[in-house]
Every structure is written in C-alpha cells, then in structure tokens.
Design a protein around this ligand. Structure first.
Ligand SMILES: NC(=O)c1ccc[n+]([C@@H]2O[C@H](COP(=O)([O-])OP(=O)(O)OC[C@H]3O[C@@H](n4cnc5c(N)ncnc54)[C@H](O)[C@@H]3O)[C@@H](O)[C@H]2O)c1
Length: 247
C-alpha cells in the first residue's frame, strides 16, 4: 500500500482535510490540493515533515490546466497516481430568483467544472494506466434540491452525480471506477459557521438519526471506494444522510 498515491482537492480544511488524513493513515502518499496553499501546507507538514508521503499543491479546481499541472507534478514526485477525490466545493446562499449570472457561473465552476476537469484529466491518465479510482463528493442538495445551500449549488451537485455516471460508463473498461458520495449535513466547521446555532438545532432535530454526520465516516467510504477490491462499485451515488433522503 505504501506506494499508492491519492490527490484530494479542497484538502486545506473541512471534509477534504479529514479525507486526506484518512488516506494517509491507510498508507497512501497524499497530495493536498487547494487554493488555500498555506493551510494545505500546514497539514501536509503535519502528516509528513520531510514531504516523503504528503505534500500540498496549489490548484484551482475551476482550471483544467491546474489539474494537468498537478498530475504531472505528482507523477514526477511519486511516480504514479492511483486515486482522485474531487472534494473542493463552496456555496453562498442566495434566493433562487436573485442568483446573478456571475454567482451562478462561480458556483458551477467550483462545484461542477471541477468534477468535469478532474475526471477528464485524471480519468484519461488512469485509463492509460489501466487502473484508477475517482470519488466525487456530491451532496444531498444535488438529490433533493437542497434547503440552506442555494439553487446553483444544488444544481451543480446534481450535475456532479450525473457526470459521475457518464465518466463511470466511459472509463469502466479501462479499469477505472468513478463514484459519488452524497453527504447530508456534516459535523464540520462550515456548517457551524454558516448556520446560526438556533437554526442548526432545528436542522438536527429534522434529521432522522438526530445528529450531524461524521466527516471521518465519509472519508472512510472514500478510502473504501479507492481500494482495488471496490472494482464492482461503479457509477453509484453513496447516500450518507442520516435518513433525510431515502430512495
Ligand atoms: N459540510 C457539509 O455538511 C457538506 C455536506 C454535503 C456535501 N459537502 C461537500 O463536501 C465538500 C467539502 O465541504 P466542506 O464542508 O469541507 O467545505 P469547506 O468550505 O470547509 O472546505 C472547502 C475547501 O475547498 C477549498 N476550495 C474552495 N474553492 C476552491 C477552488 N476553486 N479550488 C480549490 N480548492 C477550493 C477551500 O479552500 C477549502 O479548503 C464540498 O464539495 C461540499 O459541497 C459538505
């Protein structure tokens, strides 16, 4: 396992940082890719002081060129790459009737172009190697339209689930699987920062299991989907939402 490599986008904080840590604990070399390079560097150094098993990479997920540069840098550093977790995402809540073209494009860029470009660049590389794993972090909002996240975000996440299926079908014959994980509200900083405490209590009361989700568990699902044994899990959307949405 020690020579496997994963790149995690949006790994400077929140879920991406937890995912990066879990992959590292599972024996992977980990590239923490983020626009917040200093925060990513801090975690990378904490995981591997000499940089032998973790590094930070400056990458804007809305840029295909950044994905290509990251791929080349990691091949140069560790020889090959085995898995990509498209995790970076962001949204600002705006009422649907008030979303401007700029806001729409920006949210689609971070949450959907990111998945397109990540899957294009790494999907092609993995297909050429005859093996690879891609995990796209979607959201419950992409399945039920969302509540507190914004229509542009929900639409982008729905698109991410659809792109997961398209790339999964295209790449399957080349030994590459592509899956989405669709979390409900997680016990993460962004949730506590963006939802006032009294509203959060109402949100939690509305979750059938009565708790926010665990980021560590989402990370473990990503590690599981990246394993060689996971070859038969492909094109799926893994719902982890406390029972908020059942299908
Ligand atoms: N937090 C939740 O409850 C929850 C629920 C469902 C889905 N998700 C999804 O999980 C993922 C991570 O969410 P989070 O809660 O950790 O968010 P977060 O805002 O805490 O962290 C997002 C990270 O992405 C980085 N980022 C933002 N724009 C970027 C860009 N253009 N290029 C590269 N990196 C960029 C940020 O710097 C940050 O480090 C997102 O895709 C989000 O939609 C989160």
């Amino acid at each position: 396992m020690s020579n496997k490599t994963v790149i995690v986008t949006g790994a400077a904080r929140g879920l991406g940082a937890v995912v990066a840590r879990r992959f590292h604990a599972a024996g992977y070399n980990v590239a923490l890719a983020d626009i917040a390079i200093e925060a990513a560097q801090l975690i990378a150094r904490e995981l591997s002081e000499d940089g032998s098993t973790a590094c930070a990479i400056k990458l804007d997920v809305a840029s295909k060129a950044d994905f290509a540069a990251a791929r080349d840098a990691l091949i140069g550093r560790w020889g090959s790459i085995d898995a990509l977790v498209n995790n970076a995402g962001a949204s600002k809540v705006v009422p649907v009737m008030e979303i401007t073209a700029e806001q729409f494009d920006q949210v689609i860029g971070i949450n959907l172009r990111s998945v397109l470009f990540g899957c294009q660049v790494f999907g092609q590389y993995f297909a050429e190697r005859g093996m690879g794993r891609i995990v796209n972090i979607a959201s419950l909002a992409g399945q039920n339209g969302g509540s507190a996240t914004g229509a542009h975000y929900a639409a982008a996440k729905g698109g991410a689930i659809t792109l997961t299926k398209v790339f999964a079908r295209d790449l399957a014959a080349h030994g590459v699987t592509v899956n989405a994980i669709s979390p409900g509200p997680l016990d993460l900083p962004i949730v506590h920062e963006s939802v006032p405490a009294d509203k959060l209590a109402t949100v939690i009361a509305g979750i059938p299991v009565g708790k926010l989700g665990s980021a560590a568990y989402i990370a473990d699902v990503a590690v599981m989907l990246a394993s060689a044994d996971a070859y038969f899990a492909n094109g799926a959307c893994w719902d982890v939402n406390g029972g908020l949405y059942m299908r």
